[in-house]
Design a protein around this ligand. Structure first.
Ligand code: MG
Length: 345
Protein backbone atom coordinates (compact mmCIF):
# COMPACT_ATOMS: atom_id res chain seq x y z
CA UNK A 1 0.00 0.00 0.00
CA UNK A 2 2.80 2.41 0.95
CA UNK A 3 4.49 1.68 -2.33
CA UNK A 4 1.44 2.60 -4.37
CA UNK A 5 0.95 5.85 -2.44
CA UNK A 6 4.61 6.71 -2.90
CA UNK A 7 4.15 6.07 -6.62
CA UNK A 8 1.26 8.54 -6.53
CA UNK A 9 3.51 11.11 -4.84
CA UNK A 10 1.62 11.29 -1.53
CA UNK A 11 3.69 9.37 0.97
CA UNK A 12 7.26 9.72 -0.17
CA UNK A 13 9.88 7.40 1.25
CA UNK A 14 12.36 9.08 3.59
CA UNK A 15 15.19 7.57 1.54
CA UNK A 16 15.77 5.36 -1.47
CA UNK A 17 18.63 2.89 -1.92
CA UNK A 18 20.19 3.94 -5.20
CA UNK A 19 21.49 0.42 -5.89
CA UNK A 20 18.46 -1.75 -5.14
CA UNK A 21 15.71 0.88 -5.52
CA UNK A 22 14.47 -0.15 -2.01
CA UNK A 23 12.37 2.53 -0.28
CA UNK A 24 12.54 3.33 3.42
CA UNK A 25 9.50 4.60 5.39
CA UNK A 26 9.09 5.93 8.90
CA UNK A 27 6.75 4.28 11.45
CA UNK A 28 4.46 7.34 11.41
CA UNK A 29 3.85 6.90 7.66
CA UNK A 30 2.12 3.54 8.18
CA UNK A 31 -0.69 5.29 10.13
CA UNK A 32 -0.87 8.03 7.52
CA UNK A 33 -1.33 5.42 4.80
CA UNK A 34 -4.72 4.42 6.32
CA UNK A 35 -5.89 8.06 6.19
CA UNK A 36 -4.72 8.37 2.59
CA UNK A 37 -6.75 5.27 1.67
CA UNK A 38 -9.94 6.75 3.11
CA UNK A 39 -9.41 10.12 1.43
CA UNK A 40 -8.84 8.40 -1.89
CA UNK A 41 -12.22 6.66 -1.52
CA UNK A 42 -13.72 10.12 -0.95
CA UNK A 43 -12.01 11.16 -4.24
CA UNK A 44 -9.96 13.89 -2.59
CA UNK A 45 -7.20 14.96 -5.01
CA UNK A 46 -3.80 13.58 -4.09
CA UNK A 47 -2.20 17.01 -3.94
CA UNK A 48 -4.74 18.12 -1.30
CA UNK A 49 -4.26 14.88 0.59
CA UNK A 50 -0.53 15.50 0.72
CA UNK A 51 -1.11 18.98 2.22
CA UNK A 52 -3.68 17.59 4.69
CA UNK A 53 -1.15 15.09 6.01
CA UNK A 54 1.18 17.91 7.03
CA UNK A 55 -1.44 19.20 9.53
CA UNK A 56 -4.72 17.23 9.63
CA UNK A 57 -7.79 19.09 11.00
CA UNK A 58 -11.57 18.44 11.33
CA UNK A 59 -12.14 21.84 9.66
CA UNK A 60 -10.52 20.60 6.48
CA UNK A 61 -12.80 17.58 6.37
CA UNK A 62 -15.85 19.85 6.85
CA UNK A 63 -14.55 22.06 4.04
CA UNK A 64 -14.31 19.09 1.69
CA UNK A 65 -17.85 18.08 2.66
CA UNK A 66 -19.13 21.59 1.81
CA UNK A 67 -17.24 21.58 -1.50
CA UNK A 68 -18.77 18.23 -2.36
CA UNK A 69 -22.30 19.55 -1.69
CA UNK A 70 -21.61 22.69 -3.78
CA UNK A 71 -20.17 20.64 -6.62
CA UNK A 72 -23.26 18.42 -6.76
CA UNK A 73 -25.48 21.50 -6.85
CA UNK A 74 -23.51 22.98 -9.74
CA UNK A 75 -23.57 19.73 -11.70
CA UNK A 76 -27.27 19.23 -11.09
CA UNK A 77 -28.07 22.78 -12.32
CA UNK A 78 -25.87 22.33 -15.39
CA UNK A 79 -27.69 19.14 -16.33
CA UNK A 80 -31.03 20.91 -15.89
CA UNK A 81 -29.86 23.73 -18.18
CA UNK A 82 -28.63 21.25 -20.81
CA UNK A 83 -31.98 19.51 -20.74
CA UNK A 84 -33.77 22.83 -21.40
CA UNK A 85 -31.31 23.73 -24.21
CA UNK A 86 -32.05 20.46 -25.96
CA UNK A 87 -35.78 21.14 -25.81
CA UNK A 88 -35.57 24.71 -27.17
CA UNK A 89 -33.03 24.47 -30.06
CA UNK A 90 -32.59 22.25 -33.07
CA UNK A 91 -29.21 20.64 -32.92
CA UNK A 92 -26.92 21.19 -35.94
CA UNK A 93 -23.81 19.11 -36.44
CA UNK A 94 -20.67 21.03 -35.58
CA UNK A 95 -18.30 21.87 -38.45
CA UNK A 96 -14.77 20.95 -37.62
CA UNK A 97 -12.01 22.42 -39.79
CA UNK A 98 -8.45 21.20 -40.22
CA UNK A 99 -6.54 21.35 -36.96
CA UNK A 100 -4.49 24.51 -36.67
CA UNK A 101 -1.40 23.22 -34.99
CA UNK A 102 1.25 25.88 -34.79
CA UNK A 103 3.65 23.44 -33.18
CA UNK A 104 5.94 24.22 -30.35
CA UNK A 105 7.53 27.62 -30.39
CA UNK A 106 11.23 27.36 -31.13
CA UNK A 107 13.82 29.82 -30.03
CA UNK A 108 17.25 29.92 -31.55
CA UNK A 109 20.19 30.73 -29.42
CA UNK A 110 23.72 31.68 -30.30
CA UNK A 111 26.51 30.01 -28.45
CA UNK A 112 28.57 32.65 -26.71
CA UNK A 113 31.09 30.25 -25.32
CA UNK A 114 33.28 28.31 -27.71
CA UNK A 115 34.61 25.15 -26.16
CA UNK A 116 35.79 21.66 -26.73
CA UNK A 117 34.22 18.70 -24.98
CA UNK A 118 34.52 14.94 -24.66
CA UNK A 119 32.38 12.25 -23.07
CA UNK A 120 32.92 8.69 -21.96
CA UNK A 121 30.82 5.96 -20.38
CA UNK A 122 31.89 2.51 -19.28
CA UNK A 123 30.12 -0.47 -17.71
CA UNK A 124 33.00 -0.87 -15.23
CA UNK A 125 34.28 -4.27 -14.14
CA UNK A 126 31.58 -5.71 -11.88
CA UNK A 127 28.15 -4.68 -13.18
CA UNK A 128 26.36 -6.71 -15.88
CA UNK A 129 24.85 -3.65 -17.55
CA UNK A 130 25.58 0.03 -17.93
CA UNK A 131 22.72 1.95 -16.31
CA UNK A 132 24.43 5.31 -16.86
CA UNK A 133 23.66 7.54 -19.81
CA UNK A 134 25.44 10.56 -21.24
CA UNK A 135 24.42 13.45 -23.48
CA UNK A 136 26.41 16.10 -25.35
CA UNK A 137 24.44 17.98 -27.93
CA UNK A 138 24.79 21.62 -28.89
CA UNK A 139 25.13 23.56 -25.64
CA UNK A 140 23.61 20.80 -23.48
CA UNK A 141 25.74 18.33 -21.50
CA UNK A 142 24.35 15.79 -19.04
CA UNK A 143 24.84 12.51 -17.23
CA UNK A 144 22.20 10.25 -15.66
CA UNK A 145 22.64 7.24 -13.38
CA UNK A 146 19.71 4.83 -13.46
CA UNK A 147 18.46 2.69 -10.58
CA UNK A 148 16.15 -0.28 -10.18
CA UNK A 149 15.72 -3.25 -12.53
CA UNK A 150 14.99 -0.96 -15.49
CA UNK A 151 17.58 1.63 -14.49
CA UNK A 152 19.18 1.64 -17.94
CA UNK A 153 15.83 2.59 -19.48
CA UNK A 154 15.24 5.28 -16.83
CA UNK A 155 18.56 7.06 -17.42
CA UNK A 156 18.14 6.89 -21.20
CA UNK A 157 14.60 8.29 -21.02
CA UNK A 158 15.76 11.01 -18.63
CA UNK A 159 18.30 12.34 -21.12
CA UNK A 160 16.11 11.85 -24.21
CA UNK A 161 13.30 13.81 -22.57
CA UNK A 162 15.73 16.47 -21.35
CA UNK A 163 17.16 16.89 -24.83
CA UNK A 164 13.86 17.17 -26.68
CA UNK A 165 12.30 19.54 -24.12
CA UNK A 166 15.37 21.76 -23.83
CA UNK A 167 15.84 21.94 -27.61
CA UNK A 168 12.31 23.31 -27.86
CA UNK A 169 12.96 25.94 -25.17
CA UNK A 170 16.71 26.58 -24.72
CA UNK A 171 16.63 28.87 -21.67
CA UNK A 172 17.17 28.53 -17.91
CA UNK A 173 13.42 27.98 -17.40
CA UNK A 174 13.40 25.56 -20.32
CA UNK A 175 16.14 23.52 -18.64
CA UNK A 176 14.20 23.32 -15.36
CA UNK A 177 11.00 22.36 -17.17
CA UNK A 178 12.89 19.74 -19.19
CA UNK A 179 14.19 18.23 -15.96
CA UNK A 180 10.71 18.17 -14.44
CA UNK A 181 9.32 16.61 -17.58
CA UNK A 182 12.00 13.91 -17.45
CA UNK A 183 10.90 13.16 -13.89
CA UNK A 184 7.24 12.95 -14.87
CA UNK A 185 7.99 10.69 -17.80
CA UNK A 186 9.87 8.17 -15.64
CA UNK A 187 7.41 8.44 -12.75
CA UNK A 188 4.39 7.80 -14.98
CA UNK A 189 5.95 4.65 -16.42
CA UNK A 190 7.22 3.47 -13.03
CA UNK A 191 3.72 3.88 -11.57
CA UNK A 192 1.83 2.22 -14.41
CA UNK A 193 3.97 -0.57 -15.82
CA UNK A 194 5.02 -3.44 -13.50
CA UNK A 195 8.32 -4.11 -15.28
CA UNK A 196 9.31 -0.46 -14.67
CA UNK A 197 8.35 -0.49 -10.98
CA UNK A 198 11.14 1.02 -8.87
CA UNK A 199 12.92 2.66 -11.79
CA UNK A 200 14.57 5.99 -11.19
CA UNK A 201 17.56 8.06 -12.20
CA UNK A 202 19.84 10.84 -11.13
CA UNK A 203 20.45 13.73 -13.51
CA UNK A 204 23.08 16.45 -13.69
CA UNK A 205 22.68 18.68 -16.71
CA UNK A 206 24.61 21.76 -17.80
CA UNK A 207 23.42 24.23 -20.45
CA UNK A 208 26.18 26.56 -21.68
CA UNK A 209 23.78 29.41 -22.27
CA UNK A 210 25.14 32.73 -23.58
CA UNK A 211 25.56 35.73 -21.28
CA UNK A 212 22.40 37.46 -22.56
CA UNK A 213 20.42 34.51 -21.22
CA UNK A 214 22.14 34.58 -17.86
CA UNK A 215 25.16 32.42 -18.75
CA UNK A 216 25.77 28.73 -18.09
CA UNK A 217 23.27 27.04 -15.78
CA UNK A 218 22.97 23.55 -14.35
CA UNK A 219 20.22 21.46 -12.81
CA UNK A 220 20.77 18.55 -10.45
CA UNK A 221 18.71 15.78 -8.90
CA UNK A 222 20.47 12.95 -7.07
CA UNK A 223 24.18 12.34 -6.52
CA UNK A 224 25.85 12.79 -9.87
CA UNK A 225 28.10 15.85 -9.79
CA UNK A 226 29.29 18.94 -11.60
CA UNK A 227 32.79 20.24 -10.79
CA UNK A 228 34.66 23.31 -11.94
CA UNK A 229 38.46 23.11 -12.24
CA UNK A 230 40.15 26.50 -12.10
CA UNK A 231 43.80 27.38 -11.35
CA UNK A 232 44.55 23.80 -10.31
CA UNK A 233 41.68 23.63 -7.83
CA UNK A 234 38.57 21.52 -8.21
CA UNK A 235 35.26 22.69 -6.73
CA UNK A 236 32.02 20.70 -6.61
CA UNK A 237 29.23 23.03 -7.79
CA UNK A 238 26.30 20.68 -7.14
CA UNK A 239 25.08 19.32 -3.82
CA UNK A 240 24.56 15.57 -3.42
CA UNK A 241 20.99 14.61 -2.58
CA UNK A 242 22.05 11.89 -0.18
CA UNK A 243 21.77 11.33 3.54
CA UNK A 244 25.56 11.42 3.91
CA UNK A 245 25.65 14.53 1.70
CA UNK A 246 23.55 16.39 4.27
CA UNK A 247 25.81 15.11 7.05
CA UNK A 248 28.82 16.51 5.18
CA UNK A 249 27.11 19.88 4.71
CA UNK A 250 26.27 20.08 8.42
CA UNK A 251 29.87 19.21 9.30
CA UNK A 252 29.09 15.84 10.90
CA UNK A 253 31.11 13.90 8.31
CA UNK A 254 34.16 14.79 6.23
CA UNK A 255 34.07 14.29 2.46
CA UNK A 256 36.54 11.41 2.79
CA UNK A 257 34.42 9.72 5.50
CA UNK A 258 31.36 10.08 3.28
CA UNK A 259 33.11 8.30 0.43
CA UNK A 260 33.23 5.01 2.34
CA UNK A 261 30.10 5.47 4.51
CA UNK A 262 27.85 2.35 4.39
CA UNK A 263 24.76 4.50 3.68
CA UNK A 264 26.36 6.58 0.92
CA UNK A 265 23.99 5.02 -1.64
CA UNK A 266 20.82 6.35 0.04
CA UNK A 267 19.40 9.15 -2.07
CA UNK A 268 16.96 11.71 -0.72
CA UNK A 269 15.89 12.79 -4.21
CA UNK A 270 15.86 11.16 -7.66
CA UNK A 271 13.89 11.33 -10.89
CA UNK A 272 10.88 8.97 -11.01
CA UNK A 273 10.26 8.63 -7.25
CA UNK A 274 7.56 11.30 -6.88
CA UNK A 275 5.16 12.88 -9.36
CA UNK A 276 6.95 16.22 -9.14
CA UNK A 277 10.54 17.11 -8.52
CA UNK A 278 12.24 20.41 -7.75
CA UNK A 279 15.75 20.25 -9.13
CA UNK A 280 18.59 22.27 -7.66
CA UNK A 281 19.46 25.07 -10.07
CA UNK A 282 23.06 26.29 -10.16
CA UNK A 283 24.22 29.43 -11.96
CA UNK A 284 27.63 28.34 -13.18
CA UNK A 285 30.14 31.16 -13.06
CA UNK A 286 32.52 30.29 -15.82
CA UNK A 287 35.44 31.99 -17.60
CA UNK A 288 38.01 31.21 -20.26
CA UNK A 289 40.41 28.53 -19.12
CA UNK A 290 37.93 26.86 -16.76
CA UNK A 291 37.41 23.16 -17.24
CA UNK A 292 34.14 21.54 -16.19
CA UNK A 293 33.58 17.92 -15.21
CA UNK A 294 30.20 16.19 -14.95
CA UNK A 295 30.25 12.62 -13.67
CA UNK A 296 28.28 9.81 -12.09
CA UNK A 297 29.29 8.37 -8.71
CA UNK A 298 31.20 5.49 -10.37
CA UNK A 299 34.09 7.94 -10.70
CA UNK A 300 34.24 9.81 -7.41
CA UNK A 301 33.12 6.98 -5.10
CA UNK A 302 36.15 4.92 -6.09
CA UNK A 303 38.78 7.55 -6.84
CA UNK A 304 39.95 10.18 -4.30
CA UNK A 305 39.44 13.79 -5.43
CA UNK A 306 43.20 14.46 -5.31
CA UNK A 307 43.67 11.84 -8.05
CA UNK A 308 40.67 13.05 -10.05
CA UNK A 309 42.23 16.54 -10.21
CA UNK A 310 45.47 15.19 -11.69
CA UNK A 311 43.65 13.25 -14.41
CA UNK A 312 41.05 15.88 -15.24
CA UNK A 313 43.79 18.45 -15.92
CA UNK A 314 45.18 16.39 -18.83
CA UNK A 315 46.06 18.33 -21.98
CA UNK A 316 42.63 18.09 -23.62
CA UNK A 317 39.11 16.91 -22.67
CA UNK A 318 39.40 13.64 -24.62
CA UNK A 319 42.59 12.58 -22.80
CA UNK A 320 41.05 13.64 -19.49
CA UNK A 321 37.99 11.46 -20.13
CA UNK A 322 40.17 8.46 -21.03
CA UNK A 323 42.33 8.87 -17.93
CA UNK A 324 39.36 9.31 -15.59
CA UNK A 325 37.58 6.19 -16.85
CA UNK A 326 40.81 4.14 -16.70
CA UNK A 327 41.45 5.41 -13.17
CA UNK A 328 37.99 4.38 -11.92
CA UNK A 329 38.46 0.93 -13.43
CA UNK A 330 41.92 0.60 -11.91
CA UNK A 331 40.32 1.44 -8.54
CA UNK A 332 38.02 -1.59 -8.87
CA UNK A 333 35.41 -0.44 -11.40
CA UNK A 334 32.63 -1.48 -9.02
CA UNK A 335 30.05 0.79 -10.65
CA UNK A 336 29.29 2.16 -14.10
CA UNK A 337 31.47 5.20 -14.87
CA UNK A 338 30.36 8.20 -16.92
CA UNK A 339 32.17 11.50 -17.43
CA UNK A 340 31.86 14.66 -19.47
CA UNK A 341 34.80 17.07 -19.63
CA UNK A 342 34.54 20.45 -21.32
CA UNK A 343 36.63 23.57 -21.70
CA UNK A 344 35.16 27.05 -21.56
CA UNK A 345 36.90 29.71 -23.62
MG1 MG B 1 26.40 4.90 -10.20
Amino acid sequence: MLRSYAAAGVLSPVAVDRVSGYRYYSQQQVGQARTVGLLRRARIPLAETAVFLTGPTYDQIELWQAQLDDEFDIRRHALDAARKELNEKSTLPAVIGPRQDSGRERTTTTMATVMSAATGTDRGLLRDTNQDAVLAEGILYAVADGMGAAGDTASRWALETLRSEFTAAPSPDGLIRACRQANRMIWEHASAVPEFDGMGSTITALAMLPADQGGPVAVNVGDSRLYRIRDGRMEQLTEDHTIVGSLVRSGELTREQARSHPQRHLLTMALGIESEVTPDVVAVECRAGDRLLISTDGLFNDVPESEIITAVMASDPASAVRQLVDMAKAAGGADNITVVVLDAS
